[in-house]
Design a binder for this molecule. Structure first.
Ligand code: CMC
Length: 391
């Protein structure tokens, strides 16, 4: 059978060749298609960054306008999908709903997978509709009527509008907040072969349809060690606030090897230094709280916890630093996003990355079905024992 290398968690296995995202974990560098994340966060928009990831280059003005118009054109959802939604139990987690709904899109729009239309249009439909679906899930969970998108709003503004507008208290759109949402989604847009992206590629490699592959990505993202960490961080900070746990107590618990608890929002497979996204996110916390004139006690708790962890030899020796999820929940909370929607926010942001990686895989001449091997550790061979003779 040849020699098989055992590599738990694929930590040292390059599963594909990719020209999309570059990371240097030692130096804390992240670039999309060669552009530093810091420059994109400062100067780009989420729609432009999505275009960059999927198409390889920044769009010119006319391409960007065309794509933005199409994103608005595609933003409605089949009304029958609403009924589908309404039949989920009211306590259902929005990530489970989103994953199911994404798979269901294939049934509601079967013409899209026959690839009769340009694949790029399908990508835009997905990016537009997933955002609409997320806002709709929230509205339905509150028992409110869903809100239609507006053609005069940008992608990010439309999300806030669909989430928060209602006829009794119209939502006051704030440009600064729209910009903050752009940055939030840019920071999440891709991250090379993370768990959910690897899932999209692996599932896609069997030539399943795009919707099913993306639905698998959403399911993978849900886990608390991955995208679900943003929800877990806020729950951790809230319990510290509520119960009065000190940073030292939480850190001791995270260090205790008999306790499965980990310091959420800390550590990363690739980054052995400060996550460059977390640096930007931390600055955004201050900005968003200032725009909204909010004082969130969880921000002080988070900063105290970060400082205590960075000064602790356990975290220093293992190179554990804050990751993107450590401060992101505070930003989302300030925007009014409920905690159980945090990972959905991550998913909307990661969608262009999953699509770009799926596309790259589909076009790769070296692409083969993903089929890792194993190191077998079971019984060698034994004879069948009749049931009456078993001990
Ligand atoms: N708290 C306490 N100890 C930790 C933590 C933590 N957050 N993270 C890692 N360690 C320890 C771990 O116990 C292990 O110790 P030892 O060598 O003594 O066994 C050592 O550090 C190495 O950890 P690992 O689990 O082998 O590292 P990994 O690369 O397999 O896991 C991780 C990476 C992100 C899953 C992990 O650091 C973790 O569980 N962090 C908390 C969850 C979290 O914040 N996830 C979000 C990741 S960033 C967003 C995304 O892209 O998904």
């Amino acid at each position: 059978t040849g020699h098989i290398t055992f590599d738990p968690g694929f930590a040292n296995t390059g599963s594909c060749q990719s020209a999309i995202t570059f990371m240097d974990g030692e130096k804390g560098i992240l670039r999309y298609r060669g552009y530093p994340i810091e420059q994109l966060a400062e100067k780009s928009t989420f729609v432009e960054t999505a275009y960059l990831l999927i198409n390889g280059n920044l769009p010119d003005r006319s391409a960007l306008t065309r794509k933005s118009v199409m994103l608005n054109d595609f933003s409605l959802l089949h009304e029958d999908m609403k009924a589908f939604y309404q039949n989920f139990p009211s306590k259902a987690h929005p990530m489970g709903i989103l994953s199911a709904m994404l798979n269901a899109l294939r049934s509601f729009y079967p013409e899209l997978i026959d690839l009769e239309e340009d694949l790029n249009q399908t990508f835009l439909r997905l990016i537009s509709k997933v955002r609409t679906m997320a806002a709709m899930a929230y509205k339905i969970s509150r028992g409110h009527a869903t809100v239609y998108p507006r053609s005069d709003y940008s992608y990010c503004a439309n999300f806030l509008h669909m989430m928060f507008d209602n006829p009794v208290i119209p939502y006051q759109m704030k440009d600064d907040l729209v910009q903050a949402l752009n940055v939030f989604w840019i920071l999440h847009a891709d991250h090379e072969q993370n768990c959910s992206t690897a899932a999209v590629r692996v599932v896609g490699s069997g030539k399943v349809n795009l919707y099913a592959a993306l639905s698998a990505g959403i399911s993978a993202l849900w886990g608390p060690l991955h995208g679900g960490a943003n929800q877990a961080v806020i729950q951790m900070l809230e319990s510290m606030h509520r119960e009065g746990f000190t940073p030292a107590q939480v850190i001791e618990k995270a260090k205790d090897k008999d306790d499965p608890f980990r310091l959420m929002g800390f550590g990363h497979r690739v980054y052995k230094t400060y996550d460059p996204r977390a640096k930007i996110m931390k600055k955004m916390c201050d900005k968003v709280l200032a725009i909204l004139n909010i004082k969130d006690p969880l921000l002080d708790i988070a900063m105290g916890l970060e400082e205590a962890a960075l000064n602790d030899t356990y975290f220093q020796d293992k190179n554990l630093y804050p990751n993107v999820d450590f401060y992101s929940g505070i930003v989302l909370r300030a925007m009014g996003i409920p905690t159980n929607m945090f990972t959905v926010m991550f998913a909307i942001g990661r969608l262009p990355g999953w699509i770009a990686q799926w596309r790259e895989d589909a076009l790769d001449p070296n692409q083969r079905i993903s089929r890792p091997r194993q190191v077998y550790t079971g019984e060698t061979i034994r004879d069948y024992i009749p049931i009456g003779d078993r001990k």
